[in-house]
Design a protein around this ligand. Structure first.
Ligand SMILES: NC(=O)C1=CN([C@@H]2O[C@H](COP(=O)(O)OP(=O)(O)OC[C@H]3O[C@@H](n4cnc5c(N)ncnc54)[C@H](O)[C@@H]3O)[C@@H](O)[C@H]2O)C=CC1
Ligand SMILES: O=C(O)C(=O)CO
Length: 332
């Protein structure tokens, strides 16, 4: 049923947090609601989540929590808001929430700089083979300064292709065009005149981006249209020696095709903050691959970004349980 849900003023609101959050904003919720925080280190399974949200007015979820209609129904008809502690919301069934009149919120903007910084870090670290080089030192393999040892590629003056020119894509473009004087091409659902004018960017089709880029960084949201967007066919179109970076979602790359592209030296290196699943087992060939640098999804992991995310997530919950519009709503 569409529309706002019944508010009951007679009993305290119940809120479930699927993890403890950094920052102090949680204190503000105490005045409004009884907050239960998932006590275990491992994320709740879908069954556990359905169980613990029973009777809740609001749920705070992480990107690893799959929230579908079943979880929403298990919570009950009083559930008013799902506050996702992330800007990406591919883990939430928005149609099911809309159908039930449940508001969904996310945490945009405040993590843009942190995530763009990490994408830039991955670009530089992957292009200079930093993980491989550090491993040579810690393993004792490094013996001599070699003129042809650990040669990398340089971003300066090269072409950067950004897939998905949203907030984080633009912030990375600013860094790499401003600082490294890279040439910019990008894919986007609409032309971005500000990017074209201030960064001399050019919107292109994905095919052209794949054929022209020396560095490719993925910043598009995950949805059915972007799942496995970078597959074997896409790798085949790329130049050789491409550096590929993904800080968006692991599902956007076909990981078997990526492994093959690395094994056959079709691409130079990859830098990934996201994989599927997360974590990849330590024995996975991509984890073990010398030219694949994988980080544990730390794009937004700065004290500044995570505290600000907590503020927004809590604001979204308070507004939601009061029946008001969310500070950062997600709509279908
Ligand atoms: N590694 C990390 O810790 C973090 C990862 N992320 C990921 O980065 C993504 C981007 O974040 P923002 O830039 O803030 O989001 P945004 O919404 O500003 O940008 C996403 C872009 O994807 C485009 N897009 C969405 N659906 C599309 C489709 N079907 N086809 C083509 N383009 C489509 C949008 O038009 C937009 O330009 C998030 O969705 C999230 O998955 C975000 C923050 C931290
Ligand atoms: O916000 C997101 O979407 C993340 O992946 C983590 O901050």
């Amino acid at each position: 049923m569409l529309g706002s849900r019944e508010m009951s003023d007679s009993k305290p609101r119940k809120v479930f947090f699927s993890r403890q959050l950094p920052g102090v904003a949680l204190d503000r919720l105490a005045a409004e609601a009884d907050v239960t925080i998932w006590p275990k280190a491992d994320a709740p399974t879908p069954d556990e989540l359905s169980d613990v949200v029973r009777g809740c007015d609001a749920i705070l979820t992480l990107l690893s929590d799959a929230v579908d209609g079943r979880v929403m129904d298990a919570a009950g008809p009083q559930l008013k808001v799902i506050s996702n502690y992330a800007v990406g919301y591919n883990n939430i069934d928005l149609a099911a929430a809309k159908q039930r009149g449940i508001q969904v919120g996310n945490t945009p903007d405040v993590l843009t700089d942190a995530t763009a910084d990490l994408a830039a870090t991955l670009m530089l670290a992957a292009s200079r083979r930093v993980a491989e080089a550090a491993d040579d030192v810690t393993s004792g393999r490094w013996q001599n300064w070699e003129p042809a040892g650990l040669l990398g590629v340089e971003p300066s003056g090269k072409t950067l292709g950004i897939i998905g020119m949203g907030r984080i894509g633009k912030a990375l473009a600013n860094r790499m065009v401003g600082g490294w004087k890279m040439n910019l091409i990008y894919t986007s659902r609409r032309d971005q005149t500000d990017v074209n004018e201030s960064l001399s960017g050019r919107r292109v089709e994905l095919d052209e981006l794949l054929r022209e880029s020396d560095f490719i960084s993925i910043h598009v949201a995950l949805c059915e249209a972007t799942r496995k967007l970078i597959d074997a066919e896409a790798f085949a179109k790329m130049k050789s020696n491409v550096v590929l970076v993904n800080t968006a979602r692991g599902e956007i790359i076909d990981q078997d095709a990526l492994l093959d592209a690395l094994d056959t030296c079709k691409i130079f290196t990859a830098g990934l903050d996201v994989t599927t699943p997360e974590p990849l087992p330590a024995s996975h060939p991509l984890v073990q691959h010398q030219r694949c640098l994988i980080l544990p999804h730390i794009g937004s992991a700065t004290t500044t970004a995570r505290s600000a995310m907590t503020e927004i997530a809590v604001d979204n919950i308070i507004a939601g349980i009061q029946g008001k519009s969310l500070r950062c709503p997600v709509t279908l």
